[in-house]
Design a protein around this ligand. Structure first.
Ligand code: NCD
Ligand code: ZN
Length: 348
């Protein structure tokens, strides 16, 4: 990393290895959010995850290849010829070992496990973590040295404790399949942070910008900050942030998850869950790491730890971030009046 500071020691220019984003939602072809999101992400990242909770969900190798093609086509049209989507397949109660093997052979680095109805487009998700069919899915993942990516929440519990309530399930899985590689996605709870740290090298976590800054009080007042896992206490934010700024098994996954204004600002039902970080995420991360005196950890967190943990080569090439005044718009018109509110939370 190359860092230039001005006369009052504020960073003015940072050069980093091209970064990775290990958790991200592009949405899908035909959706007004799709092409603008791919462009925002591909502009900033060499590689980014393409989470498969679209409609219909990505459950098979064929669907995954189709989705990969759609993303690549749009990225190329926007001028990002070498952008690499990082593909996963979603688990459902009907996923078979053969389906998974085919998806892994087609390039999936893991299988995403979402609890049924815990979050956006998760109706196909898992209900019974003791189901022998589900355990077979995990065994194939272990045998093929891929990763089980967990949305680690128990939706039947109050949202403030949903993530910690999932720890006993992870403990049981580790007991049955100790050599399974597990990633706890968008970690949000101090108890889960401690759990991940205590597990050793086969367990990691992805961390979002908002779970390093946003508390439940803030989210209660702003639907655009609401996501699953729901933001938690200041103590949880502190634990997540401290791990991100110091621990080799905590790395970046923005969980960029766009929802248009009407879905976010509705008053007849709960707002849609998900935070639109794509337009602002790298500047936000620089500010956050700088505010906490850990800019020296940013390149590891953003560009290196995830690749090391997943066993893929580091990206070649660099990006340069230059400090310039920028009034982040309150609302972005994605196309034809489809409005969306970008994330722009100042660090705690
Ligand atoms: C995500 C989405 O909108 O797709 N929402 C969210 O609140 N994080 C789904 C997810 O990752 O849970
Ligand atoms: Zn997500």
């Amino acid at each position: 990393m190359i860092l230039d500071r001005d006369s009052v020691q504020k960073p003015i220019r940072i050069r980093l290895r091209r970064p990775d984003n290990w958790h991200n939602h592009f949405r899908q072809k035909g959706d007004p959010r799709f092409a603008p999101t791919v462009a925002y992400i591909a502009r900033q990242f060499a590689r980014a995850n393409a989470m498969g909770n679209i409609d219909p969900p990505i459950l098979t190798a064929t669907q995954m290849i189709g989705y990969w093609n759609d993303i690549r086509e749009v990225a190329k049209a926007a001028g990002f010829l070498d952008f690499k989507p990082l593909m996963v397949v979603m688990a459902s109660p009907n996923t078979t070992p053969a389906m998974l093997t085919a998806a892994f052979s087609a390039g999936a680095y893991g299988v995403k496990i979402m609890p049924a109805n815990a979050t956006t487009n998760s109706a196909h998700g898992i209900i019974d973590y003791k189901d022998p069919k589900f355990l077979d899915v995990l065994r194939v993942t272990r045998d093929q040295r891929r990763t089980a990516l967990f949305h680690a929440e128990l939706p039947s519990r109050p949202r403030a404790v949903r993530e910690r309530a999932f720890i006993p399930i992870l403990d049981q899985i580790r007991k049955k399949i100790p050599d399974l590689k597990i990633c706890v996605e968008h970690i949000s709870d101090a108890q889960m942070v401690e759990w991940v740290i205590n597990q050793g090298d086969l367990v990691c976590a992805t961390v979002t910008p908002h779970h390093m800054s946003v508390t439940s009080d803030m989210a209660d007042q702003d639907p655009h900050l609401q996501c699953m896992p729901y933001p938690k206490s200041l103590q949880d934010v502190f634990a997540v942030r401290t791990a991100a700024m110091s621990h080799p098994r905590f790395f970046y996954g923005s969980d960029n998850a766009s929802h248009l204004r009407p879905a976010k600002e509705r008053t007849d039902a709960s707002p849609a869950s998900g935070v639109f970080t794509a337009p602002t995420e790298l500047p936000v991360l620089v500010e956050l790491f700088e505010a906490h005196g850990h800019l020296d950890q940013l390149e590891e967190f953003l560009c290196e730890r995830g690749a090391h943990w997943h066993g893929v080569p580091l990206n070649q090439g660099e990006i340069e971030l230059v400090r310039n005044p920028w009034d982040v718009p309150d609302v972005i018109d994605l196309c034809n009046g489809h409005e969306i509110v970008p994330y722009n939370t100042i660090p705690h």
